[in-house]
Design a protein. Structure first.
Lengths: 134, 134, 134, 134, 134, 134
């Protein structure tokens, strides 16, 4: 099921084809996953989304590629995005995540969610020493 | 403001004192932040929470200490826990997070939240290739 | 799958039949979607929920019908309600949402989620000028 | 701070006065908390909201009053509603919640949030035996 | 689908077997639901998670067993955890939840979510009287 | 409080100055709100964020400016972003939102959140007719 009809031949649109070609070249694979196929219903949205993902996730930066995938999985879990949990868990594995690291990531997300609830339940005032703003 | 009254002299309770002592020893500081002070209203809850945080966050593991803090911040942002965002941003800085990494973490959490919404809006079906379960 | 068993012949209950009749009359269709069929396990809950939906969504008001559906979709996306994203996307289309508007709505929800995370990550203090409360 | 200006003399509006009088009578107190004062900017919204809260929270039902407050607090914590966590924690105490129960509620919400994240991270398929829908 | 491959013969691992045996003994059933089967990919995570669930959910405490399940369902709904809503609704039924109580719980969670949104939309300041912290 | 120190003289950085100048020109005001001042700690993040906000919110499109602000407020409420609720409520007022529309928006977000919880609690299967994907 989906809320948009996948475009029958998306690469007939030259803008879509250019994005798909860049995805294939960047990831060195012929596989285009469903998110991009569905976003193809609006080529401009597809272009902007891919450009942003590529710039952050497929470009060397101050955080290493696996760390970025771990953060991506964590956000996707908390937002309850089933598709994203699946796709980024696969991506993290492709970038070297071990089963031990996967289990530790889960434990960490679960712990953070737990202490988030405790701090919110208690309405703990922020310690003055944590304020970087003044 | 808070939903519980901070205990006047929390370390008069020996279980609370033992936890606070362990926090000080583990973190090598005299500072006990408000979350622990507020949790002291229930020594058992304090003990269990600290034991779990210590085991995951203050023990060498398959993820390095800074990565763990980055994941913790990410979860705390998505859960909207103001206290936790403050405390773990401070912790990440203490473990070496640079301003460039901080900015990149924010951009990453923001991007993940963005594509989470797109995938949920599209109700994209999960690609079969992502399934590790069968 | 579901957490309640759909009632075998829901309209045997006169209260359920009255609600279903009103849904059909209001929407000018014979189709009753699954949410109402499942809510029929408790006629009072069904009545109250439909009354509220009808009053806000099927009654002329200060916001036009399409705008109301767009807001409904936005909330449903952020809450991660798959059923609601599907049903309200269909409803928005029935009320004239174009593919361009759909893409723009997605981009907008994604952008709002993104800046929400940035503001929460930064813990930006609210500008005094935004305060309407004093 | 707030996004609406509190009405200067809200009870000059007879509909607002009727709601405030009913709140005072129902709760047997002269105190009207800020949520109702702020909702008074729109008397119809105030009326409908109070009617619903009164019907569920101040009317004998299949769940006892304290259980209802505990559920209310739990939802408010997960939704990150600071105001609601404060007001319903106070309400739960007024209805007899002990410090031990408060601590247990927090531990329970934290545990549920934890296993929610684990199940979402694992994308565990629902056991057929849990399906009540067929 | 799932993000981890279920272990083929999980009870070949003695730590997993011990947890599964304890689940069976505690719940007096031979049935092990999928969450535990999937967590078996990491025996330490399985052990810690079950120990915590058992301590809170299967041990007499200040909250009765049904109340604890109701709170668990509420948190799971707001977190959008499909698996958890299913498993804890089944558990609540096993502990005596009636259809009337189920309907009331849904109405309650829905009402709490509603007033959470109103308070957040209004940015209502917390009444001083609710502050337990000073 | 904040997690980053506001830059003392942000417009000494020419990239920051260019963004601030564009904000002033686009909005026809001298006022730069705190989100932009805080984002100035990373000029690249500031530039990208403003470019995206400007492209969607300050450029004529298929959705009118007020509708876009209403959707922005809705998302910000559900994400619990206090800063964003404040800033976009002010923006919506500046674009003509009346008090009646504001009240209706709140009622609508609250209703959507309510039915989101009901559909999630019931785990209602999506009607085949809503599927646009096949």
């Amino acid at each position: 099921m989906a809320t948009t009809r996948p475009v029958a031949d998306p690469e007939a649109d030259l803008r879509v084809k250019a994005v798909f070609d860049d995805i294939r070249a960047t990831r060195q694979t012929d596989f285009i996953n469903n998110l991009w196929r569905h976003l193809a219903f609006d080529p401009a949205l597809l272009e902007r989304t891919w450009a942003e993902v590529k710039a952050l996730m497929a470009t060397p930066s101050s955080l290493d590629p696996l760390t970025k995938e771990l953060v991506y999985i964590a956000v996707s879990i908390v937002n309850g995005c089933s598709y994203c949990v699946h796709s980024h868990t696969a991506a993290a594995r492709a970038k070297g995540m071990t089963a031990v690291q996967h289990a530790e990531l889960m434990a960490l997300v679960a712990l953070a969610a737990k202490t988030n609830q405790l701090a919110t339940a208690l309405q703990v005032p922020v310690d003055a020493v944590f304020d970087a703003g003044t």
